[in-house]
Ligand binder design. Structure first.
Ligand code: ATP
Ligand code: MG
Length: 255
């Protein structure tokens, strides 16, 4: 699953790591692949990602097998990570000149899955629609779009939809925009409710019932290198991500 939205700060990384931890806690085997040079998902999952640490860059650019790059996250059993370092910032430009530049991740994942069993792979995308995100869209089976319950939330979503359609047409016909998740929902504001209503009208079937509240605990967890599930499992945010993960897993079962 590819967690994507070219708008920055909408909760992609928070969603990736907390869904991953919830799915793993529920007994599934989960791999998070950090595709953002910021390496926020690696940080949140307690994985070192200093420059030079082998990770997504080496898998994507140097053809290092993903199996050699996978590390265990201390956050949950069955949760593994391929970290991203700042080196990945150069990948966007270096990929331009490479053969099969949009398909490199898809190939790497396919070959990894030949001898590794995984229930879910989550790609944490950077806030752009460049080649890194494109690689994720080509490699993924499903797209999750986190949408922040704020005023500009829907701006840019139509551009994202266009990109997804082009990928479906040209590169990955199996890609399914399966999931929309409302994030940073603030029950005290009319605006949040209004955005949520609009999104649910637009993406009726895809929108998960669970919506993620705006909460300080969610924002605090990464500074402890922890997911919310470890940091404060009884918080409203942890419960919301747990519900979202359950919906996703149950949909997966129905497929
Ligand atoms: P980027 O585009 O930079 O990769 P992103 O889409 O991955 O950003 P996050 O990093 O997950 O977004 O979230 C942006 C900021 O908002 C972070 O500081 C995060 O801790 C905070 N945040 C995310 N979700 C919530 C929430 N539900 N309530 C409060 N703060 C949140
Ligand atoms: Mg992020």
């Amino acid at each position: 699953m590819c967690v994507v939205n070219q708008k920055g700060g909408v909760g992609k990384t928070t969603t990736t790591v907390n869904l991953a931890a919830s799915l793993a806690e529920g007994g599934l085997k989960v791999l998070v692949l950090d595709l953002d040079p910021q390496g926020n998902a690696s940080t949140a999952l307690g994985i070192p990602h200093d420059p030079g640490t082998p990770g997504t860059y080496e898998g994507l650019l140097d053809g290092v097998p993903l199996a050699e790059l996978v590390v265990d996250s201390p956050e949950a059993d069955n949760l593994q990570v391929i970290p991203a370092t700042v080196d990945l910032a150069g990948a966007e430009i270096q990929l331009v000149h490479m053969v099969g530049r949009e398909q490199r991740l898809a190939r790497a994942i396919r070959s990894y899955l030949k001898d590794h069993e995984v229930d879910y792979i989550l790609f944490d995308c950077p806030p752009s629609l460049g080649l890194l995100t494109l690689n994720a869209l080509v490699a993924a089976g499903e797209v999750i779009i986190p949408i922040q319950c704020e005023y500009y939330a829907l701006e840019g979503v139509s551009q994202l939809m266009n990109t997804i359609q082009v990928v479906q047409r040209e590169l990955n016909p199996d890609l399914d925009l399966s999931t929309v998740l409302l994030t940073m929902f603030d029950a005290r504001t009319k605006l949040s409710a209004q955005v949520a209503r609009e999104v649910r009208k637009h993406f009726g079937e895809q929108t998960l019932d669970a919506q993620i509240p705006r909460s300080v605990r969610i924002a605090e967890a990464p500074s402890y290198g922890q997911t919310l599930l470890q940091f404060d499992p009884s918080s409203a945010g942890a419960k919301a991500y747990w519900r979202a993960a359950n919906e996703i897993a149950n949909r997966g079962k129905a497929r």
